[in-house]
Design a protein around this ligand. Structure first.
Ligand SMILES: [Zn+2]
Ligand SMILES: [Zn+2]
Length: 320
């Protein structure tokens, strides 16, 4: 039996990230320490990061805030499972039954994966409607740097006090005034660079989250890369000729987009001369390391470079 239920004025908004209500539960409770204010809800309350694909807290939050729609529908709407699943080694049901925390790979170097983000225009609208802003789930998709509704660059961590906005309980909620709630300093506006490729990548990321590409799977993706490169499946070492083919394809991948594109989506692009453009953008690994879970953003960059669109990629796969 639960002795004290969640506060009745804390709601999960229809488009909110699953962890959002925990921050308000803490804010509106009389407890000073968040471990106390959340103890009725979940034991899994350390490091409330935006990027976890799955963790026990999600199931606990569903128990309190799910509206009886079923855990799978809840997960599709309030978590990033749909975004990660097509490239994951686990099926959707395996992910949402996991009792271990599932983290994305390379999250510190890929497209704001770990930073809580918000749109100031959405925050202003939310205040008008609900009296309080909240973190929208679609702004938390990796690589999303602007609000696709308002076309404005998203904001994240504080420039003055250095709060990077990694842990929800150090932020609580977005600020509709655009300044840091702690120190009143200016919040960081995310790089506003845009071109056709960034636009494609961001709208496709949103479609992934919406489940449009749920029939894609890691095996077919890797097969398509190998077919494009012109070397079939192989477990062993590539010979000299094949290595040159992969090297040339990698060079193509490293120079296909504008420099700003790589720098927008990867925090370590061009950091070391003579290295690849971006260490995680590794065509060999993506194509030949069978069954390896690589960040979806890396796959999307590859699909854009090699096939132009997901539709072309799927077509290429269908007509074997
Ligand atoms: Zn917006
Ligand atoms: Zn601050």
């Amino acid at each position: 039996m639960r002795s004290i239920p969640v506060l009745t004025n804390v709601l999960l908004m229809p488009n909110e990230h699953v962890l959002g209500p925990l921050a308000r539960q803490h804010l509106y409770s009389s407890y000073k320490r968040f471990v106390d204010s959340l103890k009725f809800i979940t034991n899994d309350r350390q490091a409330l990061q935006v990027s976890s694909i799955w963790r026990n807290a999600y199931k606990d939050i569903y128990r309190y805030w799910g509206d009886g729609e079923g855990l799978d529908k809840f997960a599709k709407r309030h978590t990033l499972v749909n975004y990660y699943q097509p490239f994951h080694t686990l099926s959707f049901n395996e992910i949402i039954s996991s009792s271990a925390e599932l983290r994305p790979p390379s999250s510190r170097v890929v497209g704001y994966t770990d930073n809580w983000r918000f749109c100031i225009d959405c925050a202003i609208e939310d205040v008008e409607i609900n009296a309080t802003p909240h973190f929208h789930i679609n702004h938390q998709i990796p690589g999303i740097t602007q609000c696709l509704k308002h076309n404005t660059p998203l904001k994240t961590g504080c420039l003055s006090c250095g709060n990077e906005w990694l842990n929800l309980l150090k932020i609580i909620m977005p600020s509709s005034s655009g300044v840091c709630d702690k120190c009143q300093g200016n919040l960081l506006t995310i790089n506003s660079y845009q071109d056709d490729d960034t636009h494609w990548l961001q709208t496709t990321s949103l479609q992934l989250f919406e489940g449009v590409y749920s029939d894609i799977n890691l095996e077919s993706v890797q097969k398509a890369y190998r077919k494009w490169i012109g070397i079939g499946s192989r477990q062993g070492v590539l010979n000299l000729k094949e290595r040159k083919i992969v090297r040339d394809a990698q060079k193509h991948l490293d120079n296909h987009f504008s420099l700003e594109f790589y720098r927008l989506f990867f925090t370590n692009a061009d950091l070391k001369s003579k290295q690849r453009r971006v260490p995680v953008l590794n065509l060999y690994e993506a194509a030949f390391n069978e069954g390896k879970f690589i960040h979806p953003l890396v796959h999307l960059v590859l699909i854009r470079c090699l096939f132009g669109s997901v539709e072309n990629f799927v077509e290429n796969e269908m007509h074997e």
